[in-house]
Design a protein around this ligand. Structure first.
Ligand code: ACO
Length: 386
């Protein structure tokens, strides 16, 4: 079979067959293993959902308890990983710190047995357990403090919030954070998942798979958008300034962060739930000055861009939820990585099940049989960069 049509960004080109998640971008449907996201958000937990995504079945109470227990047991970092993180520049972005630390896990757990289910399970457990600890550790290290040890008596979500602030979180706040982790856990073949799959298809180790996905998630067109949403709301500053800000930005052909999606042409179902979570948090812990600005912005964007299918995406309200939970702005994307690690691992496992190395083709647009000009006869056409 020869496929010659070039689609920029591989838009609409199937890159795999998968049974992990399903999106209908016209109807605003997202399902994990066939279960609507709304149902999971109301009834499940992040670790239960991660298990569902990775092993394709909802765990029984006992199986889930074992899984949670194993994850608790593996939350700690080796002291040499903590020491390595202490050498990172404190001004570095936490996503870079996470990418480097995730890759470093491969140095410490170098045995690779990709056809052994026990190895797969151990790698899944280790990654889900340690990614939150690494994110929290860098946060404390860059403030000049020693990282705190994880607490075994706290749930996955509560323990992360505890490791960040060194204070036990309110159970309601921890539950909201857990739901937010679930909502970000998986989303078909987005850029970072594709990156994970390409890396996985070479049969490298799972830590390299996660490191490569983290690097891809970091960009502002993908996971990095939630940070930029909060910065944009800060820049807007008041409800009155929303319309002039938007008109100016659109006139200068700039994008409005947190809006638009390659697949969704309606409001992202995750944004609907996250907005509800934000409202619940504000009701319990006090309003956020940016919320009214965000709601007004959504209305004006809908008025101006709705006819082009540009509506809030998952990143629009997630930043407001994270802010209220006390998470610093530049940790929003690492927090996204904590949840998306579940989806990356599910795709890693699925890829291994029926692996073929990714090797797409290209449409060559360069020269043929070009002359080789000797160095002394060359004329520089382009100014040197830099
Ligand atoms: N603001 C203004 N215009 C937009 C926006 C936006 N947020 N999104 C798309 N458009 C416009 C583009 O300018 C383009 O217009 P044109 O045809 O006149 O050139 C048109 O809509 C199509 O844009 P594409 O970039 O081709 O659409 P694509 O489906 O490839 O992009 C993307 C999706 C990258 C998410 C885009 O909507 C965007 O840049 N949004 C802002 C960044 C963002 O919020 N990213 C997070 C996405 S969710 C996630 O990754 C977890």
């Amino acid at each position: 079979m020869t496929v010659c049509e070039f689609r920029a960004g591989l838009e609409g080109v199937p890159a795999t067959q998968s049974s992990i998640s399903f999106v209908d971008g016209q109807k605003g449907i997202l399902e994990y293993r066939g279960i609507p996201i709304q149902e999971l958000a109301a009834k499940s937990t992040f670790l239960e959902t991660a298990y569902l995504l990775i092993w394709n079945e909802l765990p029984t109470r006992d199986v889930l308890a074992d899984f949670e227990h194993e994850i608790q047991y593996h939350r700690r970092l080796k002291y040499r990983i903590r020491d390595m993180m202490k050498c990172f520049p404190e001004s570095g972005h936490p996503m870079d710190a996470l990418q480097a630390s995730a890759a470093a896990l491969g140095l410490f757990y170098s045995k690779r047995a990709l056809d052994d289910p026990a190895y797969i399970r151990a790698a899944v457990v280790r990654i889900l357990a340690k990614v939150p600890t690494m994110v929290a550790a860098f946060q404390l290290i860059r403030k000049g403090n020693d990282p705190v040890q994880p607490r075994d008596d706290l749930s996955y979500a509560a323990n992360f919030l505890y490791m960040l602030s060194e204070q036990e979180p309110d159970p309601f706040a921890a539950r909201i954070f857990d739901v937010s982790l679930m909502l970000h856990a998986e989303h078909t073949i987005n850029a970072s998942t594709f990156s994970a799959m390409v890396t996985a298809s070479t049969l490298t180790d799972p830590y390299a798979v996660i490191a490569s996905a983290v690097g891809t998630l970091a960009g502002p067109l993908h996971g990095g958008a939630s940070e930029e949403v909060v910065e944009m709301l800060e820049e807007i500053g008041s409800v009155e300034n929303v319309r002039p800000f938007l008109e100016d930005r659109l006139e200068r052909k700039q994008r409005i962060m947190g809006f638009g999606h390659r697949v969704y042409k309606v409001k992202d179902p995750r944004a609907i739930i996250l907005q509800q979570l934000a409202e619940q948090l504000f009701e319990k812990f006090g309003q956020d000055k940016f919320y009214d600005i965000a709601v007004e912005l959504e209305q004006v964007v809908e008025e101006k861009l709705g006819h082009r299918g540009i509506f809030p995406n998952v990143d629009f309200y997630s930043g407001l939820v994270y802010r209220k939970l006390g998470i610093p702005t530049d940790l929003f994307t690492p927090v996204f990585a904590i949840s998306r690690a579940a989806g990356w691992l599910a795709h890693w496992k699925e890829q291994l099940g029926e692996n073929r190395i990714f090797r797409p083709t290209q449409i060559y647009t360069g020269l043929h049989s070009a002359p080789y000009v000797p160095i002394d006869e060359r004329q520089q056409k382009l100014p040197p960069e830099g």
